[in-house]
Design a protein around this ligand. Sequence first.
Ligand code: GLU
Length: 304
Amino acid sequence: MEELLQKILEQNRYRVKYGRVASYIPALAKADPGNVGISVANMKGQLFTAGDCCVKFTMQSIAKPLALIQALVDRGPVEVFRKVGMEPTGDPFNSIIKLETLNPSKPLNPMINAGAIAITSLIKGKNSSERIERILKLVRLMAGNESIGINEKVYRSEKETAHRNRAMAYFMLDTGVLDGDVEDILDTYFLQCAIEVTCSDIANIALCLANRGSTPAGREIVPAEIVRIITTFMVTCGMYNASGEFAIKAGIPAKSGVSGGIMAVVPQKMGIGVYSPALDPKGNSTAGIHILEDLSAWLDLSIF
Ligand code: GLU
């Protein structure tokens, strides 16, 4: 397996030059655009790695499905989907337009920023610190890594510059999608985006989802019914407005983030974490996408 990973990684390394590291969150611009790493965790929990699999990066949007798990555990699907829809948008992840044009106003799904901010507000806790602690606890359990924490610099950098997310949040306060302390809700959102991981952590989290919510040793962390909802969203909305193309080309439930990470779940087979921070215009890692497509073709991983 490691030989195959190495080969696929080397074949796709050149693609980093066709992407750009995200800079709208200033701290993300410091990433090394040459980094490329992959980790695969099989059903026994064995890890196979290649390249920069130990470089730390922040989850960014990869945290969205995890926050959604916590909200579903806390509130149940009826309450959660009263606030946020289940449909793909076709718009960029940070688009604001449909918040006003759709009636009744409701973010289309939990994988776009507006939807994710609304989801974060549903996580139980009396303030941001309590909510982020609960998300962190879940992430650490799924990853099997107690040392996972927050990258303070990235968190602060986003908090200082998140004018668009702030605009969406206040808009949602106006339309009744959000209620409560908007700055406190946004704070949880910025913190969850700044959770710091490696490809191997992502592979282990994905493995838990691939194993219907349980660790390889059989301990249930997430109810299987919630895993089904999460992996479905990953297929329909996980790769921004390139989700359809990725479903056709790779056929693996996946969620990407603007730091260049991608979490991919092959049900009953493996969890995959990829990292390469140079992004295409839609926000997906240029090398990462193709590495997953190639791995899927080599190992026949498409779920369709
Ligand atoms: N923190 C980022 C934002 O809200 C996450 C976006 C992403 O990874 O798609 O803009």
